[in-house]
Design a binder for this molecule. Sequence first.
Ligand code: CUA
Length: 406
Amino acid sequence: MTTFVTKGPVAEAQYELFMLTVWVTLAVFILVGGVYVVAIIKFRERPNDDRPMPKQGHGNPLVEIGLIGASILLLVVIAVPTLKAIWFTHDTPDDPESYMGSWYPGEGLAEEEAENPLIVRVIGYQWWWAFEYPQLGITTANEMVIPAGKVVHLELRSVDVIHSFWLPRIAGKVDMIPGRANSMWIQAGDNFARWKEKQGLEGDGPELRGQYASYLEEEIHDYYYGQCAEFCGDSHARMLFRATVVGDDEFASWVESEKVGHDAPDGKSWDEWYAIYDQDPDALTGDLNEGLKIFMARGKCATCHVVKGNPRALGVAGPNLTNIGSRMSIAAGWLNHRNEDGSLDTEKQYENFYKWMAESDVVKPGNLMWKASGGGIGELTDDEGQPALLTDEEIHKLSLYLQSLK
Ligand code: CUA
């Protein structure tokens, strides 16, 4: 999470503006500080000092007008690029190379979207993020995936309080305000034209395209850290997110796997699984079946969470759990299970799932899942209808089931 390593035009524009301001204010600081230090040394009172009081400059029109003029000049020096940067970062650029139709290799894109950039609707919740891809009909949570080098238009909303979207190395920050749609655009890495300009290259052709592709792969494809940047309640500091930047093909296959979702355990279709579940749930054995049964009934997980494929897991109050087993973190980026080399630490992942379900109030104070799952109010009940939190055994099986969603 740094704004000093920029990956893409928006962060770059913001960084340049920041540095310009730093240099201007640094010059002012050195000049004013220098005069101050000279005055202190030169005019300080010494022992047996019988020099007269120095001549006072107060009310000197030349000095006063000069200082006002210099201040205005410096403000103009900062204001002109500031306005330019505000316009630049506000208006989503119209870049044909970013049109969905020109790069998206997947199926099922509506014709009228061919000349639009990818749109991601970011929705803030206390304390997690929903990422909807309306053109592609998918929704994910806390870990967004975007293609490298393409303009992505973000629509920013909130369902509860004000949050703020900040992805330091790529762009920041725009507030997400209830009842209002703000927007911004991001781009991880330069497009072809800008990359050529920076490299001092010209023309087109497979060789140049190849060089551009390896620039994206080596410098831009990565796993980026984001953070909510507006105080939004108890767990504001634990409202993180991730952005995985990938190539076009990888993006398309990710979309496909999000669309298809998951089968029931043991490779059963959902119709088969529910036929047994409704008649004789005890016939469904093994950790994954047990875990799924808890997910559907005792744990009430399906009331708040979607798992794509499962026709009865349709709740939208909580994060979408499709492919949660492939994500590198849970609890909005707060519990990590990604190794430094980018691979998934499955042991750590199990621990994290377990921890989250066992004591989500400790992991993320004030979160809704804790309240909904019985923290203090007894929503979850045992066979006798008495309030009862999940047992260790149940959490164990649920963790295994969630890990299998990949
Ligand atoms: Cu959301 Cu701070």
